[in-house]
Write a protein that binds this ligand. Structure first.
Ligand code: KE4
Length: 436
């Protein structure tokens, strides 16, 4: 029965069936379309810049698995590497040479790190980085920013307390208040608050964790003065500066977001960096790294425990390595950045022609847009933008075969497989949608 049903199933039928056996019918909440309404599309296949749903409808894909698919779906070199690795074995629970090759590749592109540890998800990498920062400093307090998401480790599922003296409150059931009592949540891009937080709690702060370009607020850049001041305060107080580059890593530039801030702030480096998404090329793989002195705190050398059955998985490392070897080719990021810029400029031009206020921004293969008059600089400004219009636009574009992120708070992604014709068709669909 189920095979006959799956042959003829529509998205709605699959969603109904999924909800019987999987909470909300999805394995990650944002996929359920609850922020935008409507029926999620069950994807059957992807090729290049396109994905095809269960009803055979093709979409230009601007999610790219939320960042990993920077080459597009089914890149031949990546496919070949994965197929070959799979034939040699899926997983050994023992070290392999390819883990060394991937670590060397990552470190050659991120000079702020001497060593890196491979794990299986961004959540695991951010959680481990947090434990490492606390273990390396012997301190408990941490600082994060409202609107930034670092995966779903308990200590990071926090919303702002009332004022700086009070620490955070859980944003999720199942997280006991005592677990987040050491987490301080500040306003993104607010220099005054970060100064006050260090004045109040400096000696007890283990780390400040930030998304350098906040893709979990759609697209909000940390200002250079803000970033510079955090760096100074962390150095002054002996706290570690943790860059969560799970989304921005190898996505906004070959040297990730930290290379952009290093251009603006001479000598700038984070102390710990967290990666995911692109470095796995679509397979479960993430990483965190730092200078040797910090990384030596990790088991089996040091007292900070961290482990994983599938860490450095042989098939995932093959996928990640093949991806990185493609994106480091000369001209890759110049072409990708130009493509993404042409999309954002086209969307903003279409909205202007329709008399609809829209602002957008992009860096490398990552972009965002808001129905607003100016780019938001923090979470409160993001939630003040026109969500209803965003949701209407999302569905109007989905109907026209363009798949944007199904939530105002998410960033979008362009791949190397998106052609000028795909971008032009997207902007034409936007012009039509916005006139409607
Ligand atoms: P994962 O555990 O989902 O691999 O990574 C967590 C994570 C950590 N840090 C940043 C900056 C992230 O953006 C993420 C995950 N990003 C979301 C998209 N906003 C993944 C999509 C989802 O949750 O389904």
């Amino acid at each position: 029965m189920s095979t006959e049903l799956s042959h003829a199933s529509t998205n709605a039928q699959l969603f109904e069936r999924a909800q019987k056996v999987i909470p909300g019918g999805v394995n990650s909440p944002v996929r359920a379309f609850r922020a935008v309404g409507g029926t999620p599309r069950f994807i059957k296949s992807g090729r290049g810049p396109y994905i095809v749903d269960a009803e055979g409808k093709r979409y230009v894909d601007y999610i790219g698995s939320w960042g990993p698919m920077i080459l597009g779906h089914g890149h031949p070199a990546v496919l070949e590497a994965v197929q070959k690795a799979a034939l040699d074995g899926f997983s050994f629970g023992a070290p392999t040479e390819r883990e060394i090759e991937l670590a060397e590749e990552i470190l050659s592109l991120v000079p702020s790190m001497d060593q890196v540890r491979l794990v299986s998800s961004g959540t695991e990498a951010a959680m481990s980085a947090l434990r490492l920062a606390r273990g390396a400093t012997g301190r408990s307090k941490i600082v994060k920013f409202e609107g930034c998401y670092h995966g779903h480790a308990d200590a990071l599922l926090v919303k702002a307390g009332s004022g700086l003296a009070t620490f955070g409150h859980p944003t999720s059931a199942g997280v006991p208040p005592e677990v987040v009592q050491h987490t301080l949540v500040l306003e993104y891009n607010n220099v005054e608050q970060i100064e006050e937080a260090f004045a109040l709690h400096g000696p007890g702060i283990a780390c400040v964790m930030i998304e350098p370009i906040a893709g979990n607020m759609n697209f909000v850049r940390a200002s250079v003065p803000f970033m510079k001041r955090i760096r100074e305060l962390c150095t002054q107080h002996g706290a570690l500066f943790v860059f969560d580059e799970v989304m921005t890593g190898f996505r906004v530039a070959l040297g990730s977001a930290q290379s952009l801030y290093a251009k603006a702030i001479p000598g700038f480096e984070p102390d710990i960096s967290v990666f995911g998404k692109v470095i796995g090329g679509g397979m479960p793989l993430a990483a965190f790294g730092a200078k040797r002195a910090v990384m030596q705190q990790l088991a089996p050398l040091g007292p900070v425990y961290q482990a994983g059955t599938l860490s450095g998985n042989p098939v995932a490392t093959a996928c990640g390595l093949a991806t990185l070897r493609e994106i480091r080719k000369p001209g890759f990021f110049e072409a990708l950045s130009a493509s993404t810029r042409s999309l954002v400029d086209g969307l903003v031009a279409a909205s202007k022609a329709a008399g609809v206020p829209m602002v957008g921004d992009c860096e490398g293969g990552m972009f965002g847009f808001f129905f607003a008059d100016q780019l938001p600089q923090n979470y409160n400004a993001v939630i003040a933008t026109d969500k209803e219009r965003f949701n209407r636009f999302f569905h109007a574009m989905l109907d026209r075969g363009v798949y944007f992120a199904p939530a105002l708070y998410e960033a979008g992604f362009v791949s190397a497989a998106h052609s000028p014709a795909d971008i032009a068709a997207t902007c034409a669909a936007a012009a039509e949608s916005l006139r409607g």
